[in-house]
Design a binder for this molecule. Structure first.
Ligand code: GLC
Ligand code: CA
Length: 533
């Protein structure tokens, strides 16, 4: 059956909003955002017009990687709240028509997880096979005793750590305290089926799946080949991770989970973190529209901020996705510099143009908290940094894009109680904050709210059809469902070529209708042809 036709895929045409929970709102004055803080922000998100919230990891964790090192998949991190808070959040969000999506980390656990503690207790332990173990290479002198292959972890060291007690190495593609699970063991599949059902049964509307392309590893543990000519999305530290990730068997996991997810009313969402540069490979994670429902599009995130580069990624993505599938667009997340900085260099016109594009592309769109007020990266001084994975991800680490939400201009930014030191420093919350922008009809926040309302009406819960239209150099023009979008990615005015319908939204509230489109200005009108809004 055509998934679109039955209208039950709640993420089609929808807006997801990523909350980095520790940075959203702190209700018990410990400097960390928490689940009651997410509940406190629901009215705001309803006002803004979001359909679903993706929460950064909420499960218990020693926080070597801020929750991406899970020690219990069926619980809630005590810093963030309790299972009762999670149930309450799901219920309260539901009352506002908002779905809750959790972050699931199936590639690795924390070394503090009971499975690993047991696995480490001896070669014959029950859970030994849950992880990837290998003997040291044989040989004399320098050749002997080393790790089984050349794989490197996320900070550039060997991906293998020796477990002295058993004399074997275990695999970790990220930090040594994040041992990789062994998906060749059927019991790991059973465990995750149970975990998934546990949360779906509680009303969780889906999962964002961490390192979705990583689960299976080459059974022969072959060396990764050198990375020649590829970029950040194709590998790291000089290696292309073709044997340590992207293995064909991983697709079977999603076909299996998809059956579980589709069995729930309404269907649950499987949204993968698919970190790869090749759009054909990205599309393969949708299978025949029977694997992931959505796969994050990193080539879009890392495209240059110009009409040609962005439009090319969109064209190629849409051409490659299987029938019935929805693309998903995002521009920032907790691993990547915020787009108002990365694309916009702090120029709010560029941030607004990016937002207009994000919201008018067909499929699902995703905001990262603060995008709607054009929050920029925050320079976090060395001594205040909290991200330990920095060397693998970029010299400065990822704290710059994880700072507290800027709610108001007060000294505590409306994030925590006065006098409490937040876990990461505040950005310039006097210059940019929700309270001030809410009161200003011309603000970026109100632009986003208008855009989201338009998106809802125009797309009506469907994946809109998309057609790229001819345009001058530097201008990206497209029809998306009933909307006609013209985006000027140049720093000079451009005339509008075609007769345009009624102007619905522009990124420049001062602009007069009918005159040329200003530098970095975007405009949405009613398409002259096709369905009307
Ligand atoms: C993903 C997460 C990132 C984390 C890594 C290891 O890339 O987005 O934050 O460090 O996986 O779990
Ligand atoms: Ca707190």
């Amino acid at each position: 059956m055509d998934a679109k036709a039955n209208g039950t895929r709640w993420w089609h045409g929808a807006t997801l909003y990523q909350i980095y929970v520790r940075s959203w709102r702190d209700t018990n004055s410990d400097g960390y955002g928490d689940l009651p803080g997410v509940i406190a922000g629901l009215d705001y998100l309803q006002w803004l017009g979001v359909d679903g919230i993706w929460l950064s990891p909420t499960m218990p964790s020693p926080d070597a990687d801020w929750g991406y090192d899970v020690s219990d998949y069926l619980g809630v991190h005590p810093d963030l709240g309790t299972l009762a808070d999670m149930d309450k959040l799901i219920a309260e969000a539901g009352q506002r028509g908002i779905k809750i999506v959790l972050d699931l980390v199936p590639n690795h656990t924390s070394s503090a997880h009971a499975w690993f503690t047991d696995a480490r207790s001896g070669r014959d332990s029950v859970h030994r096979g849950y992880y990837v173990w290998a003997d040291p290479v044989k040989g004399e002198g320098e050749a002997g005793g080393g790790p089984p292959n050349n794989w490197l972890d996320a900070i550039g060291g060997p991906a293998w750590t020796m477990d002295d007690a058993s004399g074997q190495y275990y695999l970790h593609n990220f930090l040594p305290s994040q041992p990789d699970l062994n998906w060749w063991d059927p019991r790991v599949h059973e465990e995750f089926r149970d975990i998934i059902r546990f949360w779906f049964d509680r009303g969780v509307a889906g999962f964002r799946i961490d390192v979705a392309h990583g689960l299976y590893k080459d059974d022969l543990l072959r060396d990764n080949p050198p990375l020649i000519g590829g970029g950040r999305l194709d590998g790291g530290f000089g290696l292309r991770p073709v044997y340590s990730s992207h293995r064909p068997d991983t697709h079977g996991v999603y076909r299996d989970w998809r059956k579980i997810a589709d069995g729930y009313p309404p269907q649950r969402l499987l949204l993968g973190e698919t970190w790869m540069g090749d759009l054909g490979m990205l599309a393969s994670y949708y299978g025949q529209n029977d694997e992931l429902d959505l796969a994050f599009n990193l080539p879009f995130v890392f495209a240059e901020f110009n009409a040609g580069a962005l439009a090319r990624v969109v064209d190629e993505t849409l051409a490659k996705l299987p029938a019935g599938a929805s693309p998903v667009w995002t521009a920032s997340n907790h691993d990547i510099s915020r787009f108002p900085t990365r694309w916009g260099g702090g120029d709010e016109r560029k941030a607004r143009l990016a937002l207009l594009v994000l919201v008018t592309l067909p499929g699902t769109t995703t905001f990262y908290y603060g995008d709607e007020i054009a929050m920029t990266d925050v320079a976090v001084p060395g001594e205040l940094r909290r991200d330990r994975m920095s060397p693998g991800v970029g010299t400065e680490g990822r704290d710059a894009e994880r700072t507290p939400m800027q709610w108001d201009p007060s000294p505590s930014a409306g994030f925590t109680a006065e006098g409490v030191t937040p876990w990461l420093p505040f950005g310039d919350n006097v210059r940019r904050n929700v309270a001030a922008q809410r009161d200003d009809p011309g603000s970026t926040l109100n632009l986003c709210r208008d855009l989201l309302a338009l998106r809802r009406t125009a797309f009506g819960g469907q994946v809109a059809s998309y057609e790229r239209l001819p345009a001058r150099p530097g201008v990206w023009s497209y029809r998306s469902g009933p909307l006609l979008v013209t985006a000027n990615f140049t720093d000079h005015p451009v005339p509008l070529s075609d007769p345009h319908g009624e102007s619905l939204i522009t990124t420049d509230p001062e602009a007069e209708p009918g005159v040329p489109l200003g530098p970095w200005q975007g405009l949405v009108t009613r398409a002259a042809r096709g369905p009307q809004v």
